[in-house]
Design a protein around this ligand. Structure first.
Ligand SMILES: NC(=O)c1ccc[n+]([C@@H]2O[C@H](COP(=O)([O-])OP(=O)(O)OC[C@H]3O[C@@H](n4cnc5c(N)ncnc54)[C@H](OP(=O)(O)O)[C@@H]3O)[C@@H](O)[C@H]2O)c1
Length: 731
């Protein structure tokens, strides 16, 4: 009950006094009690009797204030998935972009063997090597060898004209791009030309091809473990190759007819093993609408990429700042850069370096004044992060004049969208420059400085892909890989794949078309306060890469429908669509339940519920809870409970009240309830059922007749109460 004795103002000094009832169970952390609200003089203003107190987690409290982001965190996980064999292929032609072995002599011998093995299988091969000019190097039966320049569109046109002629009899069966294997991060500009320049020219030229062959983008050591548990300790990480993986995500969306696959070979295995793997993948290529487009091999295991929502331990996230140190923000005069500067100064930073190419705008000047008013020394240094010379000078200046550098936020970036078909090399590199050359310059110049953090402001585009943003996807994928690369060197590094921020910055300035695409995907803008709180949480983790975006999955998945890519399958299983039809797995489960005995039904439902609880709470399969443990003790909050209920409804095709987790507070009791309402097949043994019912009725009558009048009242009260709950509250 609540009693209010007097009006009061919420801004007054108020005190709560709580008396815990003796019946409370300290062991179970369940407290009953009364609370009094008092003013500063100790006068009781209100009284609340019989309150049921529960411990509130920090997360739940933050959620109450709209500051819990656990639902916004994403990572990519590699999950084992065996290759499904397909029918034997007819002989055809393969277009192979083979490395010359210039930078990585290890890749040439086995990629040459790929060519000879395909020839042995009866295929024709057109082998293309990178060079300065267009040359027909050799022409033998079923094998042509051509050299061309990766950046010359005319060379590709000429090549594809030849391909058209050469494939009249043996149709083009696949294009395999292996050039990235022969690149070196130390020669980044060249690597970008060989990898991205060649792909863009190839795709633009392919318009003239009479066929749409499957496209294989092969890397070795680019698709890294994106979660800290998975991260590889390897000296063979090739961050420059990640440009191809990023590009591949946009190709998948812009050219679905090519069934583009990014295949990352094991950098720590024998050449013969890689050759076998590649031949197997190519031979078992299955053109289907739900093809796996991100595959990697590690220690003999085939793995596929899945977007997951990790459970990050950010409960006590607190950024530790060294006050006598400097912090550099590239793109520091831009929207997010200035927000982060304000945030760092609030955390106690005294020396901030803001880097940009142009002098501060009026808004930036106002923001700088605020920073200075808050006691910070703000150094605006002008330079281009992608130009090594500029950066060497800037680092020298920091070293000579400011407190030691302790942290870097790399937020310099530009966008210039366009479909690959119309993308010029200038447009491509304009976007990649600050994030590719820029990130590498920052890495080189800080690798010997003991930093607390090195944060790359990447985008969700390199996680999910985005049509019309291939340059941006490639650039951000490189940053994601550098963060991992740095962690492998024992250096700090995290790449944050931000979703769009609301009202400020690049996303807010996008054209109407991109804006409406973002909205139609169910993406909602991140408010500055939320973004900064999330940044603080992420900095407290050791993860190399984290996506932070606010997306309404039910909305997006309902649009994708059957076209939902396998990459989103984990997410899709956690966000069932309202009213969606049950999948074959669920239907099979229901069919099994219908014919099972009561005992079997109950144990199957308990197993099923354990799986759903694990999904909602993101527990691993080895960490399943006790079926008798209360849902709320397991950490399920009311939003999770809603998801939980929704999943059960979709899977089992039943209707549950929104309060079912209160009414049946653990897996065991809920399973018993569900067992009673999930349809059973009216078996031919109608007889035995009738008997069962008769026995039940008999038992029931016997039970009721033994109840005292008080017990009977109580039972009727309970029944009415349940009825009331399901009619009014459940509605
Ligand atoms: N805003 C979002 O919603 C969002 C979402 C996902 C990711 N991000 C990422 O977050 C970062 C910051 O975005 P923002 O929205 O704050 O963009 P912004 O307002 O345009 O700021 C970016 C800043 O980077 C500077 N810059 C660009 N190229 C540079 C270069 N080569 N050298 C030095 N400075 C350079 C620009 O200044 P000058 O042109 O004067 O040099 C600009 O002030 C970007 O990397 C972006 O990709 C933003």
């Amino acid at each position: 009950s609540f009693k209010f004795f007097e009006n009061f103002d919420i801004d007054d000094e108020l005190w709560y006094y709580t008396k815990i009832d003796e019946s409370s169970s300290f062991e179970k952390e369940e407290f009953l009690g009364d609370t009094y609200l008092l003013n500063g003089n100790g006068k009781v203003l209100a009284e609340y009797n019989g309150i049921d107190f529960r411990q509130l987690s920090r997360k739940l409290l933050l959620r109450t204030f709209g500051l819990d982001f656990s639902q916004w965190y994403y990572q990519i996980e590699w999950q084992p998935a065996a290759l499904t064999p397909s029918e034997t292929q007819e002989p055809g032609t393969y277009l192979l972009f083979c490395p010359t072995g210039e930078s990585n002599s290890k890749s040439k011998p086995w990629s040459d063997s790929l060519n000879s093995q395909l020839l042995e299988q009866g295929h024709q091969c057109i082998v293309v090597y990178p060079g300065d000019s267009y040359k027909n190097l050799s022409s033998e039966a079923k094998q042509q060898t051509i050299q061309l320049s990766p950046t010359d569109p005319e060379h590709f046109q000429k090549l594809l004209d030849e391909v058209n002629e050469l494939t009249e009899e043996l149709p083009l069966q696949g294009v395999i791009h292996l050039w990235s294997l022969d690149t070196d991060v130390a020669e980044l500009a060249k690597a970008e030309e060989v990898i991205c320049g060649s792909i863009i020219n190839l795709l633009q030229g392919m318009r003239s091809l009479e066929q749409s062959p499957p496209l294989w983008l092969v890397t070795q050591g680019a698709a890294l473990g994106f979660t800290s548990q998975e991260s590889e300790v390897s000296s063979n990480i090739q961050p420059q190759q990640a440009l191809l993986s990023g590009l591949g995500k946009s190709i998948t969306l812009e050219y679905p007819q090519l069934y583009c696959r990014c295949l990352d070979l094991d950098p720590n295995t024998e050449a013969s093993e890689n050759l076998k793997v590649l031949l197997d993948e190519v031979a078992n290529h299955q053109p289907s609408t739900s093809w796996e487009n991100q595959i990697r091999y590690r220690q003999g295991e085939r793995q596929v990429a899945r977007l997951i929502q990790p459970r990050l331990d950010t409960d006590d996230a607190k950024l530790t700042i060294e006050t006598e140190a400097s912090y550099l923000i590239t793109g520091g005069l831009g929207a997010l850069g200035l927000e982060v500067a304000q945030f760092l100064v609030k955390q106690g930073v005294k020396s901030i370096v803001l880097l940009g190419r142009k002098s501060p705008s009026e808004t930036a000047q106002e923001s700088i004044q605020e920073l200075e008013a808050a006691g910070a020394q703000v150094s605006v240094l002008l330079g281009d992060v992608s130009v090594e010379k500029d950066m060497v000078e800037i680092f020298q200046q920091i070293q000579d004049t400011l407190p030691p550098l302790k942290g870097v936020i790399h937020a310099a970036g530009v966008v210039d969208d366009g479909f690959i078909q119309q993308m010029s090399w200038e447009q491509f590199t304009k976007v990649t420059a600050p994030k590719v050359a820029g990130t590498w310059n920052l890495h080189k110049l800080t690798k010997d400085i003991p930093l607390d953090f090195f944060v790359c402001f990447s985008s969700l585009v390199s996680m999910l892909g985005s049509p019309g943003q291939s340059n941006y996807a490639a650039a951000n994928a490189f940053m994601d890989a550098v963060a991992q690369y740095r962690q492998n060197l024992g250096l700090p590094g995290v790449s944050i794949n931000w979703g769009p921020w609301a009202n400020i910055g690049l996303a807010a300035r996008m054209g109407a078309q991109q804006q409406s695409r973002i909205e139609s995907q169910g993406l909602q803008g991140i408010q500055s306060e939320q973004g900064l709180q999330a940044l603080e949480e992420v900095l407290a983790t050791q993860e190399p890469q984290i996506g932070i975006f606010n997306i309404d999955w039910s909305h997006l998945l309902s649009q994708l429908g059957a076209a939902t890519p396998p990459f989103l399958s984990e997410i899709a299983s956690q966000h069932p669509l309202k009213g969606a039809n049950q999948g074959p797995k669920q239907q099979e489960f229901i069919e099994e339940l219908k014919v099972a005995t009561t005992e079997q039904r109950q144990s199957s439902i308990v197993d099923y519920l354990l799986g759903i609880v694990a999904k909602v709470l993101r527990l691993s399969k080895s960490d399943l809870p006790d079926p008798e443990e209360g849902f709320f003790n397991l950490g399920m909050d009311s939003l999770m409970a809603l998801d939980f209920g929704r999943m059960i409804q979709t899977d089992l095709g039943i209707t549950l009240s929104s309060t079912s987790t209160f009414e049946y507070p653990n897996i065991q009791t809920l399973a018993e309830y569900l067992e009673g309402i999930i349809p059973k097949i009216e078996q031919t043994e109608t007889e035995s059922e009738t008997t069962d019912t008769a026995i039940d009725l008999k038992n029931l009558i016997a039970e009721v007749s033994q109840l005292s009048a008080d017990n009977m009242d109580e039972a009727i009260d309970d029944a009415l109460n349940q009825l009331y709950q399901s009619i009014y509250v459940g509605n």
